[in-house]
Design a protein around this ligand. Structure first.
Ligand SMILES: Cc1ncc(COP(=O)(O)O)c(C=O)c1O
Length: 389
């Protein structure tokens, strides 16, 4: 096949594009040096040299049995309640396809993972936000909202939440509320999707057990991803859900036609887990990310003007900053980028409005010097904005 090399080279290879002179706090990606390339090389070599055929042919729709068995043991759930996904994004897309129709309501946290909102919008879903505090969402509000919406004849497709080290706020739903939410989900026949993207990346203490563990039998769906603990380019994750829902997803035409998603990658990740390389890597990652978090927190304490507040995140990738109410972080972004620092404005994480004076900083990708210099630049920009206000 003839390949036009010039036009191929015009396209970027990766999602992240480094803009010259800008310290990019906006991207929730792992730094290159934190990716387990050596472990993956060993795993891929093992797969290709020892067991190439099962890894290279079409895969089982639910995911390779060997990875399902290993995950079932690690997560202590039956294999019938698990399937391999192409990461959480693909799982959310697949769930929307299976569980929703245009016009349905999705309950979301405020703030919540902004790109999940993008996926939900693709399916014509409408948002209702559930209020929360530093312990996570208010579970009693879920009951009130579900009853109110249903009494109006609205269909509530599901509640989506990031209960551990929320993106962007860093908040973790406490154990009592998890148990209560699981009980409510059962009582209300409400589907709950818990996105556990950061659950393994804790820096002080592990998060409480997953919501799904509190009420077996309920319509509780738990999504895990290897994007944050191994590498996002693997496009691999898993879903835990009632066996009936797993069967519905597994019988989708896409999987019948193409086999299991990211089948080769699934074999490589299985080999990495099997080799015992996962735990040491996660320990290393936690230590490295904890150090980056602490560097950023110390730099913020030095650089931020009075009135700007944040809470130390206990896990995950992000620090969530709140500026005085006179600051509009969307408008301020142009000034910040002119000063050589970027972030994501808070408004993008709110489905129903809000977050005008908030912003998200990711510490997962930047080296310590950039974390310090980026905080200094942002502090200056905020100081000037407060003087103008
Ligand atoms: C809360 C949350 N869920 C899901 C994702 C995406 O996961 P994946 O790469 O597995 O699709 C992200 C990535 O930023 C995230 O922060």
């Amino acid at each position: 096949m003839a390949v036009n090399k010039e036009s191929v080279c015009m396209l970027p290879d990766i999602q992240f594009v480094q803009r010259p002179g800008i310290i990019e706090f906006g991207w929730g990606h792992l730094a290159a040096e934190l990716l387990p390339d050596t472990e993956l090389l060993h795993a891929a070599t093992w797969v290709l040299s020892r067991d190439a055929y099962p890894a290279l042919t079409y895969g089982f729709a639910q995911g390779p049995g060997r990875l399902l068995a290993l995950l079932a043991e690690r997560l202590a759930v039956p294999e019938t309640e698990l399937m391999i996904t192409g990461g959480t994004s693909q799982a959310l897309d697949m769930l929307c396809k299976q569980l929703t129709k245009p016009g349905d309501v999705v309950l979301v946290e405020a703030p919540t993972y902004h790109l999940a909102l993008r996926i939900f919008r693709d399916y014509g879903l409408r948002f209702v936000t559930v209020p929360g505090d530093q312990q996570g969402l208010h579970v009693t509000a879920v009951t009130t909202l579900v009853k109110m919406l249903r009494s109006r004849g609205e269909r509530v497709a599901f509640l989506y939440l990031v209960p551990s080290f929320n993106n962007p706020s860093g908040v973790t739903l406490n154990a009592e509320r998890r148990a209560e939410l699981a009980r409510l989900a059962l009582a209300l026949d409400l589907t709950v999707i818990e996105d556990e993207a950061y659950a393994e990346l804790w820096y002080d203490a592990p998060p409480p057990p997953p919501i799904a563990s509190f009420a077996p039998g309920g319509s509780l769906i738990r999504l895990g991803s290897f994007a944050k603990v191994l590498a996002p380019g693997l496009r691999l994750g898993w879903m835990q859900a009632p066996a009936s829902l797993i069967q519905r997803c597994v019988h989708a035409g896409m999987l019948d036609s193409g086999g299991g998603v990211n089948h080769f990658t699934a074999h490589v990740v299985w080999a990495l887990l099997q080799a015992g390389d996962f735990e040491p890597h996660v320990l290393h990652l936690r230590a490295a990310l904890r150090a980056r978090r602490d560097t950023l927190l110390a730099a913020l304490a030095r650089a931020m003007p009075a009135g700007v507040t944040w809470r130390p995140p206990l896990g995950g990738f992000f620090v969530w900053l709140r500026a005085p109410s006179t600051i509009d972080t969307t408008a301020l972004l142009t000034h910040a980028e002119a000063a050589g620092v970027s972030y994501i404005p808070g408004e993008r994480f709110y489905a129903g409005g809000g977050g005008r004076n908030e912003l998200r900083l990711a510490f997962s990708m930047l080296p310590p010097d950039d974390l310090v210099e980026g905080a200094r630049r942002l502090g200056q920009v905020l100081k000037q904005a407060l003087q103008r206000a």
